[in-house]
Design a protein around this ligand. Sequence first.
Ligand SMILES: C[S@@+](CC[C@H](N)C(=O)[O-])C[C@H]1O[C@@H](n2cnc3c(N)ncnc32)[C@H](O)[C@@H]1O
Length: 196
Amino acid sequence: MQREAMFPPRPTVLAQQILAGLLRKGDCVIDATAGNGHDTQFLAECVGTSGSVLAFDVQPAAIAAARARIEQAGFSGSVEFILESHEWMGKHARENSIAAVMFNLGYLPGEDHGRTTETTVTLAALDVAAGVLKQMGGMLSVICYPGHPAGATEAAAVEGWMEQQAAKGWRVAKYGAIHTRRPAPFLCFARTGDNR
Ligand SMILES: C[S@@+](CC[C@H](N)C(=O)[O-])C[C@H]1O[C@@H](n2cnc3c(N)ncnc32)[C@H](O)[C@@H]1O
């Protein structure tokens, strides 16, 4: 029996659905928040063995979990794990070279909830991501969690940053459920320039 799709789709699912239609084999991409490696694996599948994935996280436990997932899936050859904060991604990627950067903000489920993303660092990392992304058709997905006070502050800052990019000519969209009991997670998705 076919399972009914969830509505509205989770932002994590939606981000992958949008990117799957736009990424190409051979692309170089970044997972800015590797966590348990779900997005890292998704990105590795999209870009194939001719492409490459840089995966950042500040928690050794996250890097270990993501690495185990990638080894199990057979993508070790195309993924480089970096135990470093994502605001330093510019040390590892050239300007105008990256097809997509994915951020899934917040904390790693099951691990130390204190090691959550932080607004000032997130904004610094978004500025760096804007530089390493291809200036034509580069894609940036950011999932925000405004359901608690620190997450709400970070989500508002990300939305403000996205509005600035839209004013500079990026195409930017925001997707999320409305009229929920608590503010629902949402996806900001942006694309640089006009065409690839
Ligand atoms: C919601 S989880 C990511 C889930 C992941 N995308 C997945 O598919 O399993 C957020 C992750 O961001 C990481 N993180 C927090 N601050 C960070 C930073 N400054 N740089 C890189 N990663 C960071 C956390 O350690 C956590 O693993």
